[in-house]
Design a protein around this ligand. Structure first.
Ligand code: ATR
Length: 279
């Protein structure tokens, strides 16, 4: 019996996840299938139920993408600490007595930084741009790496302040650095080793009001979006920073999910190379 997995989203037609997981399965010799399922905006739980009813015991898990990650959090009957901190779930495991919800996005970002880009967050000064779901999902995994500083900047400063306070109070963050917040207007003269764009500004082509000083010498500028050259990436490039987009994070979060489900860690480099060549 072939084990069944799927990614649920809306839209989901563009998803690279079926390709990535097919490559992982072939590489590791795992017998599984993985499909993309378009769920109605108000029909996420029903779509998951239908998938499980269709495949019964063969339905083993799912990935969840926009806009259902918060709903997946509520659907899960048990959640990992990373999912709890993120307030969102991107990986579901269907178990005999319930559904385990995990969030592999932050681990995917950290692995991409450390293993693909040679940028260990430990000891680095990190500027995180944005205070929405994408930012929230990566804060705890970054803090656990022991950065020298984690500053959250957001257009709406108050949201960044609330987020920083929430994570500063997390018991797991009692040791090490506590995140802090700042408004874009107060960034002048500040420099960082790693600047991560977790805003959705790149989707609308909006330019973030960033002073060039934020991109310190040997800085890595990380755009969490992929498949497009954003204004943030251009700003960073012009300031002399090394630029990366979120394709590596996409592949690494998928590898983490694959590991959660199968207990096997696939090699990501050949898969990343295939996707880069295809784009
Ligand atoms: P996501 O789940 O992708 O993080 P979200 O929760 O809607 O989406 O959050 C979007 C983030 O991008 C927010 O931090 C938002 O800033 P505000 O809190 O001020 O809304 C940020 N963002 C979106 N468009 C932006 C723009 N044009 N300039 C600056 N920040 C922007």
């Amino acid at each position: 019996m072939t084990d069944r997995y799927a990614v649920f989203g809306n839209p989901v037609g563009h998803s690279k996840s079926p390709r990535i997981h097919a490559l992982f399965a072939a590489q590791t010799g795992q017998d599984l299938s993985y499909e993309a399922i378009l769920a109605e905006k108000d029909g996420f739980a029903a779509a998951v139920d239908a998938f499980r009813a269709r495949h019964r015991a063969a339905a083993r898990g799912a990935n969840v993408t926009v806009p259902f990650k918060e709903e997946a959090f509520r659907l899960a009957t048990r959640r990992t600490p990373l999912a709890e901190a993120a307030g969102a779930v991107n990986t579901l495991s269907f178990e005999h007595d319930g559904i385990l919800g995990d969030n592999t996005d932050g681990a995917g970002l950290v692995r991409d930084l450390k293993h693909n880009l040679g940028c260990d967050p430990a000891g680095r000064r990190i500027l995180l741009l944005g205070a929405g779901g994408a930012a929230r999902g990566v804060i705890l995994p970054l803090l656990l790496e022991g950065p020298a500083e984690l500053l959250i900047a957001n257009r709406t400063e108050e949201t960044a302040a609330r987020l920083a306070l929430e994570f500063a109070r997390l018991p797991g963050c009692a040791v090490g650095v506590k995140p802090d917040s700042i408004g874009f207007g107060d960034l002048a003269g500040r420099g960082f080793d790693l600047v991560i764009n977790a805003t959705s500004a790149g989707l609308s082509g909006a330019v973030l009001p960033l002073p060039t000083s934020v991109f310190g010498p040997r800085c890595i500028a990380y755009e969490m979006l992929y498949g497009r050259d954003t204004a943030f990436m251009n700003q960073a490039r012009e300031s002399g920073a090394r630029v990366a987009d979120g394709l590596g994070m996409l592949v690494e979060q998928a590898a983490e999910a694959f590991f959660v489900w199968r207990g096997v860690r696939p090699h990501t480099a050949p898969v990343l190379a295939v996707l880069k060549n295809a784009s």
